[in-house]
Design a protein around this ligand. Structure first.
Ligand SMILES: [Zn+2]
Length: 183
C-alpha cells in the first residue's frame, strides 16, 4: 500500500475541521432550495449510490476540499450516497461502537481492502483531522457562491443558519425515501 489518503479510494473517510460543519449548504440554504439541489444530484446519479451502487434511501453529500496553504475550504460539488456510505464518510464523528464496526466492514467491502488496511486508512484520516483542526478555515462556495449571502465569519454563519431554520434538529429525518442530507 503506497497511498493512505482516503481520497484514493472509491469510498473515502472525510475529516472535517471543527466549526466547518456550519458551512454546510444543507444547513444554510432554505429547505426548498436544498431540496432542489439534492434531487438534481440524485437524478444525475441515476438514483443510485455513487460509491456502492445501492438504490433506495439516498443522501446528498457535499464534497469539500481543504487547502492547507491558503486555509480555504472549497465546495467542489455533490455526491449521491446511500446511508451507510455517507456514514462511512463521516465515521470520525460516529460515537456508536456497534455502528462503527458495521461501517468499517462496509468501508472495507466497498473498497475491496482488508480489515487491517481499513484500520490504517482510518488512522490516517484521524491524523489528518487533527491537522486540519489546528487552523481556522475560510469558506468558499466555489460555483455555488451565487447562492450564498456574504457570510464573513463563523458567528455570522451560525446566526444565519439559526435564522433560516430556527427549529432545525441536529439529525436528519427520513422522508419519502429521499433522506434529508447532513454534512
Ligand atoms: Zn453506498
Amino acid at each position: 500500500m503506497t497511498c493512505l489518503s482516503t481520497t484514493c479510494l472509491r469510498l473515502g473517510i472525510e475529516p472535517i475541521p471543527g466549526g466547518s460543519t456550519l458551512a454546510s449548504l444543507a444547513n444554510l440554504l432554505p429547505p426548498w432550495q436544498w431540496d432542489r439541489v439534492r434531487r438534481s444530484v440524485y437524478q444525475r446519479a441515476g438514483y443510485r449510490c455513487q460509491a456502492c451502487g445501492r438504490e433506495g434511501m439516498l443522501h446528498c453529500h457535499e464534497v469539500w476540499q481543504y487547502n492547507e496553504e491558503t486555509s480555504i475550504q472549497w465546495l467542489r460539488g455533490f455526491a449521491t450516497l446511500c446511508k451507510d456510505c455517507h456514514d462511512v464518510k463521516h465515521i470520525l464523528f460516529n460515537r456508536d461502537a456497534a455502528r462503527h464496526k458495521e461501517l468499517m466492514r462496509h468501508f472495507a467491502a466497498v473498497n475491496h481492502i482488508s480489515p487491517e488496511e481499513a484500520e490504517a486508512y482510518l488512522e490516517a484520516a484521524c491524523q489528518r483531522q487533527l491537522k486540519l483542526d489546528q487552523q481556522g478555515w475560510k469558506v468558499n462556495y466555489g460555483d455555488y457562491n451565487c447562492w450564498m449571502p456574504p457570510l464573513a465569519d463563523r458567528q455570522q454563519r451560525r446566526d444565519y443558519a439559526r435564522f433560516l431554520r430556527p427549529h432545525s434538529k441536529a439529525s436528519p429525518s427520513p422522508d419519502t425515501g429521499l433522506d434529508a442530507s447532513y454534512f
